[in-house]
Write a protein that binds this ligand. Structure first.
Ligand SMILES: Cc1cc2nc3c(=O)[nH]c(=O)nc-3n(C[C@H](O)[C@H](O)[C@H](O)COP(=O)(O)O)c2cc1C
Ligand code: SF4
Length: 396
C-alpha cells in the first residue's frame, strides 16, 4: 500500500518526548488558545472544533474525567487510522496525554476496533515504553502533580460503536446504542463523568499544532479548513493508499495524485458520504466543500452505480442499531426500492417517494448513522438517474 510521500503535518518529523514536555510546561489556556487559533477541527468526520471540545471538557465539573481515543475506524473505505496506530502510536499516545493535561483527566482509553486486535500487543508495548520514559504515570511528562495513564479497550465489531455515545455505552458494557444528546459526553460521558472523545488523527494533529504553532499549521489548507488531512484512497486507481494532502485539494487533483483520472465517480466519506460524479471533480475536499473523514473510493467507467448503491444500503441495513424507526425501517425500504430498480419495476412516482423518505431520514434519525445512511442513495440517484432508472424502468 502506498503511504503518502508528503510529510506536511501529520507525517512530518517531531520529537515526541520534547514536544510533550514543552507542551505541559504551558498553561492550559495557552494550549487551548493555540488550538483555537489553528482552527483545527476533529478528523473523525463531524468536524467539531478541537479547542471548543477540550475547553468544554476542561470547564466541566467532575472529580474524574476521561480522554477517549476513537480508534473504531469502521467507515467503509477508511484505513488511515490503522496506519497511524501502526506507525505513529507514540505520537497518538502523546496527543492523548496532552489532551488529558488540558482537560484535567487522569485516564485515557483507546477504543480499538475489534478487527485491529492484531495491533493491541504493539500498542501496549508502546504504552509500556512511554511509562518507562515517565511520560505516563505520576508526574507524567515531567509535570509535577499531573497524572495520566492509558489503557486499551477492544471494540465489539459494530460500526455504530464508532459513534461516540454508542462507544461509551459499549465501554460501560452495554449494547452499543447511541444516547440522547444533550447531555454531551464532555459533561456527562463515560461512567457519567466528563469525557472528551477524539479521533486518532485529531490527537496527532493537535500535538503537532501545539509544538509547531497555529501559524505554521495554517500555512496548509484553506481559511475554513486549516491544515492537512489523511485520505484513505481505494478502488479503481493505480496507487491506492493513505495520503496526507492539504485540505481544500480538489477531487481532480487527488485523482491525478493516485493515478485515478478518468473515473466515473468518487465516493467521498465512505458509505455515509456522497457520490460525486466526474462533472463535479473540481469540487474541493474541505468542510466548506465536500466534507470527509478521509475515505475516498474511486469508481471507474465500468462500474454499475446501482450495484454501488445497493452495496452501501446493505451495509446500513446490517449496521443500523434499530433503536429508531426512520433508520431501522428507512434503510430497509430504500434497499427494497433499489432491488425494485434492479428488476426494472420501480415507477417514477415511487422513486420520488424513496427520495423523499431519504430526506426525511436525514432530518429525523436519532444519530449520524441514520442521518447519513441515505446520502449515497440520494447522490447516486441524483447523478446517475439515467443509468439507473431511465435504462431499466419503463413504468412512469
Ligand atoms: C455511525 C458513526 C460511526 C462513527 N465512527 C467513527 C470512527 O470510527 N472514528 C471516529 O473517530 N469517529 C467516528 N464517528 C464520529 C464520532 O461520533 C465522533 O464525532 C468523533 O470520534 C469525534 O472525534 P473528533 O472530534 O476528533 O472528530 C462516527 C460517527 C457515527 C455517527
Ligand atoms: S439512527 Fe440508526 S443507528 Fe442511530 S440510533 Fe437510530 S436506529 Fe440506531
Amino acid at each position: 500500500m502506498t503511504k503518502s510521500a508528503n510529510k506536511l503535518v501529520i507525517f512530518s518529523d517531531i520529537d515526541v518526548e520534547k514536544a510533550l514536555k514543552n507542551a505541559v510546561k504551558k498553561p492550559r489556556p495557552d494550549i487551548i488558545s493555540e488550538l483555537r487559533e489553528s482552527a483545527l477541527k476533529g478528523r473523525g468526520g463531524a468536524g467539531f472544533p478541537t479547542s471548543v471540545k477540550w475547553n468544554l471538557a476542561a470547564s466541566a465539573q467532575g472529580e474524574r474525567k476521561f480522554v477517549i481515543c476513537n480508534a473504531d475506524e469502521g467507515e467503509p473505505g477508511t484505513f488511515k487510522d490503522r496506519v497511524l496506530l501502526t506507525d505513529y502510536a507514540e505520537q497518538l499516545i502523546a496527543g492523548m496525554i496532552l489532551s488529558g493535561y488540558v482537560v484535567g483527566a487522569k485516564e485515557g482509553i483507546i477504543y480499538l476496533r475489534a478487527e485491529y486486535t492484531y495491533l493491541k500487543h504493539d500498542l501496549e508495548a508502546t504504552i509500556e515504553k512511554m511509562r518507562g520514559k515517565k511520560l505516563l504515570g505520576k508526574n507524567a511528562a515531567g509535570k509535577e502533580g499531573f497524572e495520566f495513564d492509558v489503557h486499551i479497550h477492544m471494540g465489539s465489531g459494530a460500526y455504530i460503536c464508532g459513534e461516540e455515545t454508542a462507544l461509551i455505552e459499549s465501554l460501560e458494557g452495554h449494547r452499543g446504542e447511541p444516547r440522547n444528546r444533550p447531555p454531551f459526553p464532555v459533561t456527562v460521558g463515560y461512567l457519567g463523568c466528563p469525557t472528551s472523545v477524539n479521533n486518532v488523527e485529531t490527537f496527532i494533529t493537535a500535538l503537532h499544532v501545539v509544538e509547531k504553532g497555529a501559524k505554521w499549521f495554517k500555512t496548509f489548507g484553506t481559511e475554513k479548513s486549516t491544515g492537512t488531512k489523511l485520505f484513505s484512497v481505494s478502488g479503481d486507481c493505480e496507487k491506492p493508499g493513505v495520503y496526507e494532502l492539504p485540505m481544500g485539494i480538489t477531487i481532480q487533483k487527488l485523482l491525478e495524485t493516485v493515478d485515478g483520472t478518468g473515473a466515473k465517480a468518487v465516493q467521498v466519506g465512505g458509505a455515509s458520504g456522497i457520490c460525486v460524479p466526474a462533472k463535479d471533480f473540481e469540487k474541493a475536499l474541505a468542510f466548506e466543500g465536500v466534507a470527509t473523514g478521509g475515505s475516498i473510493i474511486v469508481f471507474g467507467q465500468h462500474r454499475d452505480m446501482l450495484e454501488v448503491a445497493i452495496n452501501f444500503m446493505e451495509f446500513f441495513c446490517e449496521e443500523s442499531c434499530g433503536q429508531c424507526t426512520p433508520c431501522r425501517l428507512g434503510t430497509e425500504t430504500l434497499l427494497e426500492g433499489l432491488d425494485l430498480l434492479s428488476e426494472g419495476k420501480c415507477s417514477l412516482k415511487y422513486l420520488r417517494e424513496l427520495t423523499s423518505l431519504g430526506e426525511t431520514m436525514q432530518v429525523s434519525s436519532k444519530c449520524g448513522l441514520g442521518q447519513s445512511a441515505p446520502n449515497a442513495f440520494l447522490s447516486i440517484i441524483e447523478n446517475f438517474k439515467s443509468e439507473i432508472f431511465d435504462t431499466r424502468c419503463s413504468c412512469r
